[in-house]
Ligand binder design. Structure first.
Ligand SMILES: [Zn+2]
Length: 117
């Protein structure tokens, strides 16, 4: 059964946390976060916010558009180099890839300061 905003919230905080691990839909998570905050369910809101962050949604919303095509649909990708996981942003619209870093936060900053060719 697919999770819904209600199925996430009409449950205990622990069950909510477990269900969240299977949710990858960021727009659903954002709705659930808003609903949890509205209901004053702080623990659930915290779990939901963590899950959004885990999926890379929290920073994606704030990032600048693609420096090449102006596309706003970005996603995180990663590769393993010398046993290190390197994160980078990819533009869904033109396929360009941003600079890599072991930290998403840094890769995001590099993306922000990137100059178009
Ligand atoms: Zn692009």
């Amino acid at each position: 059964m697919a999770a819904t905003v209600n199925s996430l919230l009409n449950t205990s905080a622990d069950d909510c946390k477990i269900s969240l691990a299977f949710v990858t839909d960021i727009s659903l998570l954002r709705q659930a976060l808003a609903a949890a905050q509205e209901r004053g369910e702080k623990t659930k809101a915290k779990h939901i916010a963590q899950r959004i962050k885990q999926l890379g949604g929290a920073d994606l919303a704030d990032l600048k558009p693609c420096p090449f095509c102006g596309g706003k649909h970005l996603y995180w990708d990663h590769m393993i180099v010398d046993n290190e996981e390197l994160h980078f942003l990819v533009c869904k619209e033109c396929g360009c890839e941003g600079p890599t870093s072991v930290l998403r936060q840094v890769a995001g900053l590099l993306w922000e300061t990137r100059q178009p060719i």
